[in-house]
Every structure is written in structure tokens, then in C-alpha cells.
Design a protein around this ligand. Structure first.
Ligand code: C2G
Length: 133
């Protein structure tokens, strides 16, 4: 089908190659990629700490990528279905660290979980950088 819209979500803090690969693979599943970037407050609620880069900076980074067509702030995980409908998404893509967690939106769109890129994570990078002293 033409004009297939893909939507994905993430914090994308301390942007790395795992992030760019999941976005490229998500974009390849359709014609248009919309990205919900987690709000700073959502991050504090989920992970107990604010991101290194604030939401305006993370939105600026994600919107500069050529595979990304549109970005918005994700305020709550529970609003996922509303965001999907609002952006007319045909498929939700998430990394497989979320496998099964968003199957409940399967009534409004297809749900695909992609394998994570091994051996790279924001937490690992923060620890690595801190260890450099
Ligand atoms: N990712 C990946 N490989 C890695 C690290 C991350 O494929 N080595 C993917 C994740 O699976 C996710 C995306 O990159 O699909 C963004 O990762 P995070 O910033 O860690 O996203 P998260 O904080 O889990 O936020 O609504 C859900 C949340 O907004 C997801």
C-alpha cells in the first residue's frame, strides 16, 4: 500500500548507532516516519533520572535525520494509541526490549518489534564517559 506511515518512540538520549539503525529500519518499513521523543518528565518517571540532553535538544537531533519526517513529544506511554491515531500511523515499530509491551495497540495498527543493536546503550556510554574521569 502506498503512503504507509510508520511511528516509533524513544528517548534517544546520547544519540548512538543503535538509535540510528532502529530509525533506518523503521523508515524502511513504510513511506513516512514519525518519531515520538519521550519528554524529560516521562524519562524521570520511567528511569528515575533526567536525560543528559533535554527534550528540545533530543527533538532537534532526531528531526535533523534524513529518515525522519516528523517529530513530536511523547508525554505518556499510556497515550500510545492516541498518538498512533493522531498521526495516522499504519505500523508501530519498537525495539525488542519492548517486545509484547505494546501489543494492546494492535487493534489500530500493525505492531513490529525490531532486534536491538548489540553492545551499545545510553547507560553504557554514560558509564564509559564517567570512567574516563
Ligand atoms: N535501540 C536499539 N539498539 C540499542 C539501543 C536502543 O535498537 N542498542 C532502540 C530501542 O529499542 C528503541 C530506540 O532505540 O526502539 C530508542 O531507545 P531508548 O532511547 O532507550 O528508548 P526508551 O527510553 O526505551 O523509550 O514509548 C516508549 C519509550 O519512549 C521508549
Amino acid at each position: 500500500m502506498s503512503n504507509r506511515t510508520v511511528i516509533t518512540f524513544g528517548t534517544f538520549d546520547v544519540f548512538h548507532v543503535g538509535h540510528v539503525r532502529v530509525l533506518q529500519r523503521a523508515a524502511a518499513l513504510g513511506d513516512r516516519l514519525v518519531v515520538g521523543v519521550s519528554a524529560d518528565a516521562l524519562n524521570v518517571a520511567k528511569k528515575g533520572r533526567p536525560p543528559v540532553f533535554n527534550q528540545d535538544e533530543r527533538l532537534e537531533i532526531i528531526s535533523a535525520l534524513k529518515v525522519v519526517d516528523e517529530v513530536f513529544v511523547e508525554e505518556s506511554l499510556e497515550l500510545k494509541r492516541d498518538y498512533i491515531i493522531e498521526h495516522g500511523a499504519d505500523v508501530l515499530v519498537m525495539g525488542d526490549d519492548w517486545a509484547g509491551k505494546f501489543d494492546w495497540v494492535g487493534d489500530v495498527c500493525e505492531v513490529v518489534y525490531l532486534p536491538r543493536t548489540p553492545s551499545v546503550s545510553t547507560t553504557g556510554l554514560i558509564e564509559h564517559i564517567a570512567s574516563l574521569g
